[in-house]
Design a protein around this ligand. Sequence first.
Ligand SMILES: *[C@@H]1O[C@H](CO)[C@@H](O)[C@H](O)[C@H]1NC(C)=O
Ligand SMILES: *[C@@H]1O[C@H](CO)[C@@H](O)[C@H](O)[C@H]1NC(C)=O
Ligand SMILES: *[C@@H]1O[C@H](CO)[C@@H](O)[C@H](O)[C@H]1NC(C)=O
Ligand SMILES: *[C@@H]1O[C@H](CO)[C@@H](O)[C@H](O)[C@H]1NC(C)=O
Ligand SMILES: *[C@@H]1O[C@H](CO)[C@@H](O)[C@H](O)[C@H]1NC(C)=O
Ligand SMILES: *[C@@H]1O[C@H](CO)[C@@H](O)[C@H](O)[C@H]1NC(C)=O
Ligand SMILES: *[C@@H]1O[C@H](CO)[C@@H](O)[C@H](O)[C@H]1NC(C)=O
Ligand SMILES: *[C@@H]1O[C@H](CO)[C@@H](O)[C@H](O)[C@H]1NC(C)=O
Ligand SMILES: *[C@@H]1O[C@H](CO)[C@@H](O)[C@H](O)[C@H]1NC(C)=O
Length: 889
Amino acid sequence: MVISSSSKHAIVIFVALIVLSNRANCDDSLHANKGNTCLESERRALIAIKSDMYDPGEWLSSWTGYDCCKWRGVACDNVTGFVTRFDLHYPYEYNPRVEIYLWAEIDFYPYDYNPWVVERIGSSKVNPSLFELKHLRYLDLSFNNFSYAHVPHMIASLVHLEYLNLSNAFFDGLIPPVLGNLSHIQHLDLGNCYTYPISLFSNNLSWLSNLNSLQYLDMSCVNLSKATNWLHQINLIPTLQVLLLEGASLPRVSPSLPTFNLTSLTMLDLSGYEWNISASMLRWLSHASNLEHLHLSGCLGLFDAKALSVALGALHNLRKLVLIETQIAGEFSTILKNVSKMLQYLDVQSNFLLSGEISTILSILPHQLEFLALGGNNIYGRIPEMLGNYTSLRHLSMSYTRITGDIPRTIGKLIHLEYLDLSRNDITGEMPLNVGNLTNLEELYLSETNITRSIPESIGNVVSLKYLNLFGNKITGEIPKTLGSLQNMLILDLQGNFLIGQIPTTIDRISNLCYLDVSENHLTGEIPTTIGRISNLRYLNVSENHLTGEIPTTIGRISNLRYLDVSENHLTGEIPTTIGRISKLGYLYVSKNHLTGEIPTTIGRISNLWYLDVSENNLIGEIPKTFGRLCNLWMVHFLHGFNPKGMFQDYTNSNPCHDNNLQCAMAPMGSNRPKDKILITAKGSTYEYIRILSLVTSIDLSHNNLSGEIPNELMMLRDLHFLSLSNNHLTGTIPENIAVLTELFSLDLSMNNLTGTIPSNLSALNFLSHLNLSFNNLSGRIPTGNQFLTFDDPAIYAGNKDLCGWPLPECPSDEAQRGPLHARDDDDGNGSKLEKVLDYDFIAMGFIVGFWAYWGAMIMKKSIRIALFQMADRIYDWIYVQLAVKFGR
Ligand SMILES: *[C@@H]1O[C@H](CO)[C@@H](O)[C@H](O)[C@H]1NC(C)=O
Ligand SMILES: *[C@@H]1O[C@H](CO)[C@@H](O)[C@H](O)[C@H]1NC(C)=O
Ligand SMILES: *[C@@H]1O[C@H](CO)[C@@H](O)[C@H](O)[C@H]1NC(C)=O
Ligand SMILES: *[C@@H]1O[C@H](CO)[C@@H](O)[C@H](O)[C@H]1NC(C)=O
Ligand SMILES: *[C@@H]1O[C@H](CO)[C@@H](O)[C@H](O)[C@H]1NC(C)=O
Ligand SMILES: *[C@@H]1O[C@H](CO)[C@@H](O)[C@H](O)[C@H]1NC(C)=O
Ligand SMILES: *[C@@H]1O[C@H](CO)[C@@H](O)[C@H](O)[C@H]1NC(C)=O
Ligand SMILES: *[C@@H]1O[C@H](CO)[C@@H](O)[C@H](O)[C@H]1NC(C)=O
Ligand SMILES: *[C@@H]1O[C@H](CO)[C@@H](O)[C@H](O)[C@H]1NC(C)=O
């Protein structure tokens, strides 16, 4: 047994402590000598590390007592007692899927609701005491938050390290090349894909070639754009088995490739490599005879279908192939015809240029396939009976294809299926009756097909089901009561079918349900009061049915609810006062019912309320004063009957919310659905909201009491076609940058108190065909040229006594007017073009903040992708098109 002098010293202190505290006998200290408990110096080091961390989840709470070897995440050597293993990775699994889905469905969420931001344990730096743990062989700091600190050079002094995991820990900056000193390292994980926009970088990978034992290297999303020689340098590590370089901004590989050296390679991920993957590079790759997993998603330079086919044919051990969103063109059957018979996992989604007939594709794929994802491709034909031969399938997705015909009955043989997605196809016929045989199914997506008939009762057998989406079909009959047996269900979406009967009262048995949408059906009866028991519910939409009775007061018990829509039914009674208990509620729609009474004052307690629509009911009274407390309120739809004055006073005079969002909120028209007419106030808004709001294409705020200037934020709504602010009390000038609203075809600013001149760059709005500026206090010369040539009706400008020029009478003096008009011309051309390009980013930013904006691992995650597809399709079809454009470039 070897005990270093410093550890002896530590033991002395340890013994002294024990004696002083009178807490233990000498046996314990003897144990310490034998190395069963940890060394005091190391224990102190760990305590120092802990003191520097924040730990909201109290993960480190077990770190008390003397034997640090028993602490969570710590392990010591049996013999020497040295800490050899230190695992401090973020301990909670986070599955953002549900969040994403909700996000997608609620269009946009008003709060800081970025599902990627999770509370992590972390520290602003790595405590230097870490380097006391000299005998560490295993160090995992992944998924913490080290607040953009540099990777400490000192890690290189932990020369015994065999495993080092620094992935996604919010380290920033250069990866220190001294890591090349870690000559025993076998696993090195520096993957960075979850930390956008933070990114580690390395400009030269030569340090890697010192790592003679390296088997596993993950540098996903590390910025390697300057590591020009990366392929040659990595080729010097023949021990490498796993190489993950997804999204690493790899530079172009020179045409002269080295002799293939990575003979042990079993897994390779080059997703996001944007340069040409030439035939010779594919030949190089085909020497990887042990390769089992190959990921080439998003490789936009992958064109050569034939060379790919040959390379795939050579990879005899290939079990998993992931090839999403490439630009490769041709037939699936060409590419896959020689693919390894060992293949178990095939994900080739969203290759917009690949096509094939479904039965041909199936016929060349081995029967032991477990995972098959063909969605988003040009795949056609009827699903053949022989699908039932693929009995190993766990995952089958064929959404967004052109598949037709019935779902074959043989699907009932796929008893291992966990995931089935046939949505967005031209599938017809009935929902497979034997769906109840698929007892392992967790997710079933059959939305937007032409499936008819009723939901089979047997669905109640599929107790594993978590996600059921039958949105947008022609399903008839009642919602089966057996659904109540599906206790694991999280998301149930039956929107847009022909369902009749009542919402089953058994629904409350699905206690985990967080999303329920039965809107746009023909449901009758009352909203079951049992619904109040589903405490996890976040989204509840029963709108556009024939529901009667009252809104159950039990609704106030669903404390997690964020979205509640009961609009367009025949509901009677009052809005329950219990609604004020749902403090997280962001959206509340009760419009188009027969509700009576007043708006309950308790609404003022829903501090997160963002969108409220009570229009088209028989409500009476005033808008409650408590509205002044709704600091997040952003849009409100009321009836004509309501007096908006109180509201404005609340916000303008005695605003308790300081600098909040709401400056004004009022829709005189009331009846419109949110997407048609939206009320906007943008003060205090964040960039994202504005971008989201830029989906709005028409705004009618006419006939209100709006005062102040035209908000500059309006100019961010680049899709605006229609803007009316007439009949208000607006003052100030017409904003000069109004010309950025290039899509505008109708602009009505009449009947206000606007002053100043008409901005000359309004004439650049080529689509503008309706303009009304009458009855303001505008002055100066009416702009000439371009679009203004078409505005020949003097009524457009009537009631502005100081305006002049065609079509009004001549101006008294030309010179006097020229200056201010010409000063504005510069802003036009390039500026707005740039804005337009930037607006593409809005696709990225609008829904999932910072998500699409980078090319990272997330994009590959099928679940998220699917959710995005569904979102894109479901809410705004055009986004799908835009995504296609974006990734098709
Ligand atoms: C520690 O001891 C256990 C049994 O007591 C043994 O299984 C394990 O392999 C030992 N570990 C080391 C690193 O010696
Ligand atoms: C990480 O920490 C920094 C500051 O310490 C903080 O600003 C940031 O939001 C944190 N990030 C995450 C994802 O927790
Ligand atoms: C890395 O190794 C070199 C040479 O062996 C040595 O000089 C240097 O101090 C080492 N760096 C660290 C941080 O251990
Ligand atoms: C590093 O940690 C992350 C999460 O904690 C894990 O997913 C990843 O597999 C680890 N890397 C290695 C090489 O084990
Ligand atoms: C293959 O790897 C060995 C070991 O690092 C190295 O000596 C050799 O030069 C490499 N060959 C090529 C062609 O890179
Ligand atoms: C595949 O399924 C079809 C129809 O279900 C059947 O006729 C055929 O024999 C099966 N083929 C194999 C190889 O099992
Ligand atoms: C489905 O299960 C039923 C029994 O529950 C069985 O009779 C039927 O043959 C099964 N269908 C298929 C396609 O396996
Ligand atoms: C599905 O229904 C839609 C709308 O009724 C129709 O346009 C489409 O042609 C149908 N598709 C098939 C394959 O029947
Ligand atoms: C415009 O302002 C004047 C006073 O500045 C006021 O008398 C008039 O009523 C206002 N007109 C409108 C339409 O608000």
